[in-house]
Design a protein. Structure first.
Length: 88
């Protein structure tokens, strides 16, 4: 049974909205389309600090200072196993 927004108590709705706003505040977004870039997508950083996605970089004025790939939340937290066997 679908729940309408009017059926949710005001406090619960306010807490939900605050939680969503906090999640969105920590994410990088494109300065033009306001889209969150996907993992593996290339983004371009400009002198003003603006971040443009691959789709919007053509419309951005100026030359980007650099570019980088968007990584997932597990980036840097994985374990790399180095094989250290004795040569026989």
């Amino acid at each position: 049974m679908p729940t309408s927004a009017r059926a949710i108590p005001d406090l619960q709705l306010a807490l939900f909205k605050r939680g969503v706003d906090e999640l969105m505040a920590g994410r990088e977004r494109c300065c033009r389309c306001h889209r969150t870039p996907l993992i593996g997508e290339r983004v371009y950083v400009y002198e003003s600090g603006a971040l443009a996605c691959e789709l919007c970089r053509i419309r951005e004025r100026g030359t980007p200072l650099g570019s980088r790939l968007v990584h997932g939340p597990e980036f840097g937290h994985t374990i790399k196993i180095n094989e250290q066997r004795a040569a026989a």
